[in-house]
Design a protein around this ligand. Structure first.
Ligand code: HEC
Length: 468
């Protein structure tokens, strides 16, 4: 079964495509799954691939590092604004360049250990036999949802029917020193320790499966990664006819987006987090692909004041807690979230078949802006009780299939667009425990809970019987 359909979830429960990567709520679900597996165990033949393998770094540090990002970044002494967001992002990129540029520019030399970046426990192993699940062996990426290429309008539309992304997720040493405490016992995580220290950075870098000649205007000159996964076409074929095999092949893919979050209570006093997107800009003059990643946008709150307006925008028209770079590549605004709140091209904040309580059904390439970075991540809770999208449904159909949602601007809908501190759950009324906006942690808890037969994980699990 393909990632798009089941996102690596066990055969009986499905947590389907949020667009994001193929992490599973109960994933690695084979009982006895190795919490410290680097990958899903599928390796290419030496004839098909002779390069290095990117091994997960799960060797979390015992103590916080002496040097880390300082809240405010040396740029601001208070909450970010439209005027300061670009400076903040530029400073962050300068800070990240020494340790991160190799991930993009010389991926075959990338060594997470040497660079001081860390992976998440419990998410490497796959769902047994499913080559779309877990992390793959070559680049150590998770699989992402398959989205229709017409999500992009001309001339920025790939010539393929579908596109997919694969991404790596890395925690910096400060964040990992906290993971070390949460996961000191991998079978019994200590959620009381789950509070990212101020200055923590988490990076998700995602690459597109479409090829240079299929998306030339966007990918020209992009870096290359290799991954070992079934092709997108094979996954679509398997989705409509499960007898079609899913066979891993070595694919070349192209890094397009850096989604980065920084725990920064100075720059983001209400939520504690600044969420940012850098995208590859083929038109920028810079010597390397890493250099051509440009600041595209930042958000430090959900603009809750306008969450009960149908269009999601303040009466004045301008959001105050999202900044979008007017110089970002022209395709970037097409995939922004609700009311223009931040979301990046591979976050699938725009859905393509939504049913509203009014009876309205939104279909078509233009799509329905349903989410934002902080809205989606704000649902990170244990157990997993609420949808990542503003929906009464507890599961996620693949994009392009019917998805019921609340009415934009309604009180229910607005629950997804508040500013909460990372220790305040969105659904505290039904017992959710807030996970400080970290969705990978939510999936790791699901996987660990399932592996050890934790009844609380089962509580979430029971609500996920949806098939397509
Ligand atoms: C519709 C939901 C959704 C939106 C919108 C979204 N994300 Fe995520 N994000 C996820 C999920 C789910 C994961 C877990 C890994 C995966 O499946 O990609 C994730 C993982 C991440 C991670 C790794 C740490 C973690 O929390 O797991 C970072 C960093 C991240 N996202 C940043 C961003 C940024 C920055 C934006 C906006 C530009 C954004 N995300 C928008 C759902 C979303």
């Amino acid at each position: 079964m393909g990632c798009n359909e089941f996102r690596g979830i066990s055969k009986t429960a499905s947590f389907t495509g949020t667009g994001l990567l193929c992490l599973s709520l109960v994933g690695a679900s084979a009982v006895g799954a190795d919490p410290l597996a680097s990958n899903n165990g599928f390796y290419p033949d030496p004839g098909a691939y002779s390069g290095p393998f990117n091994i997960a770094n799960l060797d979390y540090p015992d103590a916080p590092p002496a040097n880390h990002w300082m809240p405010g970044g040396g740029v601001v002494t208070g909450k970010l604004t439209q005027d300061t967001a670009l400076d903040y992002m530029n400073a962050l990129k300068v800070y990240l360049t020494p340790s991160m540029h190799a991930l993009i520019d010389t991926p075959q030399e990338w060594d997470a250990r040497a660079a001081g970046w860390y992976d998440m426990v419990w998410l490497g192993a796959g769902d047994s036999g499913d080559p779309t699940s877990g992390r793959e062996a070559i680049m150590n990426t998770y699989g992402g949802q398959i989205v229709p290429s017409d999500s992009w309008s001309l001339p920025y539309r790939p010539t393929t029917q579908w596109m997919q992304n694969y991404g790596v997720i890395y925690y910096d040493a400060l964040a990992a020193s906290m993971l070390n405490e949460v996961w000191a016992d991998v079978y019994e995580p200590d959620l009381g320790k789950l509070d990212f220290p101020a200055g923590s950075i988490v990076v998700k870098a995602e690459a597109a499966t479409v090829q240079l000649d299929e998306w030339h205007s966007v990918l020209n000159g992009a870096a290359e990664w290799q991954v070992f996964r079934p092709t997108t076409e094979a996954q679509k074929a398997h989705e409509s006819d499960p007898s079609q095999p899913l066979v891993n092949v070595v694919q070349t893919i192209y890094p397009l987006q850096l989604a980065i979050k920084v725990k920064d209570p100075v720059a983001a006093p209400e939520t504690g987090w600044v969420y940012m997107a850098f995208v590859y800009d083929a038109g920028t003059k810079a010597a390397t692909p890493w250099g051509r990643f440009v600041p595209a946008g930042a958000m430090w709150g959900n603009d809750p004041d306008s969450a009960i307006r149908p269009d999601g925008r303040p009466a004045s028209g301008d959001l105050t807690e999202t900044w979008v770079n007017p110089d970002a590549p022209p395709f970037f605004p097409e995939t922004l979230g609700w009311g223009g709140r931040l979301a990046a091209p591979m976050d699938v904040a725009v859905r393509h078949d939504v049913i509203l309580p009014s009876g309205k059904r939104v279909t078509g390439a233009e799509g329905f802006r349903a989410s934002s970075c902080l809205s989606c991540h704000g649902t990170a809770e244990y157990p997993f009780t609420i949808n990542l999208y503003p929906s009464p449904n507890r599961t996620f159909p693949p994009d392009d299939t019917a998805f019921p949602m609340f009415e934009p601007g309604s009180a229910k809908w607005a629950e997804w667009f508040q500013n909460r501190s990372g220790n305040v759950p969105q659904s505290g009324n039904i017992g959710g425990y807030a996970l400080d906006y970290d969705l990978s942690t939510m999936f790791a808890l699901g996987a660990s809970g399932a592996a050890i037969g934790n009844a609380k994980a089962g509580y979430a699990f029971d609500r996920f019987h949806v098939h397509h």
